[in-house]
Design a protein around this ligand. Structure first.
Ligand code: ATP
Length: 237
């Protein structure tokens, strides 16, 4: 799979992305022309104060809300150019974008394997193939021994690893992670970042991590700072 993801073509590119909520006197310009370029296999931080536009940016990229103007490209394909260029946003989200949230949001009545296998099944894989993929990812995340457990039997860090396996299940070229380490102690937070970095390298996945977490900020080679709807890039080391 990684061989098909060329480094010359950015996994994610945003040009002049704008989002206005509402209209008239009460309009809020949450994104004011955001430019971003992220290569396959790159893990970047997105850091900014409350209200700066982080969630709006992630939701736009995740096709959860409609941007107002600008362009978004995934793997060189324009998915948004003033309007959406893809017909089926649900399929776009399911097959090309993985989400990791602050809370793992696992389905309580499915065991760990089925929580991870669900998305590949929805994408048309057979039960057997989807579960094989789930087990492979759980092994890679050192969760193979908990494959039959229910989410309620896992620690917070273990649940977060399952949610990372779920985000990777359809091998999306992009993962959007919103404060993935916020509820974890230092050791587990660094562990989760280690996993995301390893997965990015192995699968050439581009990952954006929204974070306030001082523990993990030094781990990024590149950080986008966002302030008042505009991004500024910082290269570290
Ligand atoms: N649905 C909405 N309707 C109107 N304004 C909104 C809406 N969602 C967000 N905003 C405004 O857009 C701006 C950016 O909000 P956003 O949630 O993207 O910030 P954030 O950086 O994610 O903040 P936080 O760290 O507090 O989650 C803020 O001024 C916010 O009040």
């Amino acid at each position: 799979m990684s061989a098909t993801r060329s480094n010359d073509i950015p996994a994610i590119e945003l040009r002049g992305l704008c989002k206005r909520y509402g209209s008239g006197d009460t309009a809020v310009d949450a994104l004011k022309g955001v430019d971003m370029r992220i290569a396959p296999g790159e893990v970047v931080g997105l850091v900014g104060p409350s209200g700066s536009g982080k969630s709006t940016l992630l939701k736009s990229l995740g096709a959860v809300i409609d941007p107002t103007a600008g362009q978004m490209f995934l793997g060189g394909e324009a998915i948004f150019d003033g309007v959406w260029k893809v017909n089926d946003l649900r399929t776009l989200r399911r097959d090309r974008i993985g989400f990791v949230f602050q809370a793992p949001y696992l389905i309580p009545f499915l065991d760990v394997t089925d929580n991870v296998a669900l998305l590949p099944m929805l994408a048309g894989k057979s039960n057997r193939e989807a579960r094989r993929r789930a087990l492979e990812l759980l092994e890679a995340l050192d969760m193979g021994h908990r494959a039959k457990a229910n989410p309620s039997q896992l620690s917070g860090g273990e649940q977060q690893r399952v949610s990372i396996a779920r985000a990777l299940a359809n091998n999306p070229p992009i993962i959007l992670a919103d404060e993935p380490t916020a509820p974890l102690d230092s050791e587990r937070a660094l562990g989760v970042m280690g996993i995301l970095n390893a997965m990015a390298q192995q699968h050439q996945t581009a990952i954006i991590v929204v974070t306030h977490d001082e523990k993990i900020i030094p781990l990024f080679k590149r950080i986008y700072h966002i302030r008042d709807g505009k991004t500024y890039e910082e290269s570290v080391g």
